[in-house]
Design a protein around this ligand. Structure first.
Ligand code: ACO
Length: 403
């Protein structure tokens, strides 16, 4: 709840709102969420319709520019992105500077920030052309970067982008394909990945997006701001949850304990275990994305002919939790990431690559929110206040006089 802090002499009354549960940081016309009714819309379009009918790059355009593009505009946008998917050759050495098993989110964060050094004529957020170019460069190069990180972690050769292939398709090829070998991808899997990227594309003022805006409010460039968003997303309470869900399901399976006993452990809170992939700050009914992902998980696993005992555990876990008063009272439902890891894993992505996939999906949202902030005349540098609860003034005690 909202508490009013102490009266500060120079600032008047300061609202104290830990976690900003009641504080709006901006006006925005990008994404609408009604957490009680389980509604999510991008620029007015229901997420269900976009997930079913649209493509990730079309949704990226919609989020960034506010309208669905006509065919020619979309074609031009896609071509612009396709043209820029190569990374500078020098940049390849960058990936070898990290331990091969370093966490991909740390490498991605550094890589995104480092792009600013190659494209210094795209750094000014007050120049619409520079901003538009930076947006295209980021959308174009992030999949290449993520596939390089995955390949290096596996000790396999890197592949250059193929501009004749679609965005999600070529990302899969670069991540799993080998040089001089044809790589045929099941279009249904490409579509599933594209759809997951759409579902992650924006979610108004979540932790990473607020971070992007806060960093950007100092007129830091888009690369620096998005890199900060990648850092925020890496946390296990945010984007890192998809990875944590899979670890949790694997632990339950390997422990030999029943699913019910795991739920009991979560409920008694003694070990500080949470049911990962459950609960959401805003959705207190259900997360509309979770329903779509659950169906997709079934489709993809069936398509691949994979029987995954982790999916069975996930469904049992969901069933028990949804019927349990602890979860009902606290309005805890599966969120978008409860089932995504199962799909990524069935597609062959190692667990550590799950959160970079989230980052790739969230990128258009970060860009759209940064752009909206940069264009809003009401934007001021973000600078929250605090309620000081430390010592009153006291005098320095020389070291030898301290006991
Ligand atoms: N498992 C068990 N108990 C939970 C869970 C959970 N996943 N989530 C919340 N609770 C409990 C809390 O212990 C608390 O109980 P109490 O009232 O008895 O103290 C109550 O529910 C409220 O929890 P808060 O932490 O205050 O809720 P908040 O809105 O701050 O947190 C969050 C939301 C971070 C998503 C939380 O539900 C959580 O940690 N979930 C697990 C991690 C996760 O899946 N994160 C992904 C979020 S979605 C995304 O980033 C795409």
């Amino acid at each position: 709840g909202l508490r009013v802090g102490r009266v500060l002499s120079e600032a008047g009354v300061v609202t104290l709102d830990p976690g900003f549960t009641n504080t709006g940081s901006c006006e925005s016309s990008i994404t609408y969420i009604d957490g009680d009714r389980g509604i999510l819309r991008y620029r007015g379009y229901p997420i269900e319709q976009l997930a079913k009918n649209s493509s990730f790059l079309e949704v990226a355009y919609l989020l960034i520019y506010g309208e669905l593009p006509d065919a020619a505009t979309l074609e031009q946008f896609i071509r612009r992105i396709q043209r820029h998917r190569l990374l500078h050759e020098d940049f390849k050495a960058f990936f070898t500077a990290f331990p091969h098993d370093g966490h991909p989110m740390a490498i991605l964060q550094a890589g995104v920030a480092g792009l600013a050094t190659y494209y210094e004529d795209t750094l000014d957020p007050r120049d619409p052309e520079q901003l538009s170019e930076a947006a295209v460069l980021l959308i174009a190069k992030m999949p290449t970067m993520i596939s390089y990180i995955a390949k290096r972690a596996a000790g396999l050769p890197l592949l250059y982008p193929d501009s004749q292939r679609g965005y999600a398709e070529d990302f899969i090829r670069m991540t799993f394909g080998m040089p001089y070998q044809a790589y045929d991808i099941d279009p249904a899997l490409v579509r599933a990945l594209d759809m997951l990227l759409i579902l992650h594309a924006d979610h108004e003022q979540n932790c990473s997006t607020s971070t992007v805006r806060l960093v950007g409010s100092s007129q830091a460039n888009l690369y620096a701001s998005v890199a900060s968003g990648v850092g925020a997303l890496a946390g296990p309470l945010h984007g890192g949850a998809n990875e944590a869900v899979l670890r949790m399901l694997t632990q339950i399976r390997d422990s030999g304990d029943t699913v019910q006993s795991f739920v009991d452990k979560v409920k008694n809170k003694a070990e500080g275990v949470r049911l990962m992939g459950f609960g959401h700050r805003v959705y207190k009914n259900y997360d509309p994305r979770a329903a779509i992902v659950k169906d997709a998980a079934h489709d993809v696993l069936t398509r691949l002919g994979k029987k995954d005992d982790l999916l069975d555990i996930a469904m049992e876990l969901e069933g028990i939790a949804l019927a349990d008063d602890y979860f009902k009272e606290r309005k805890l439902y599966p969120n978008v990431d409860f089932y995504t890891g199962l799909i990524y894993s069935a597609m062959g992505f190692p667990t550590k690559m799950f959160t970079p996939l989230f980052a790739l999906g969230r990128l258009p949202g970060w860009i759209a929110q940064y752009k909206e902030m940069a264009e809003d005349p009401a934007t001021k540098i973000g600078r929250p206040r605090q309620v000081y609860i430390g010592e009153a003034e006291r005098s320095y005690v020389p070291l030898r006089q301290r006991s």
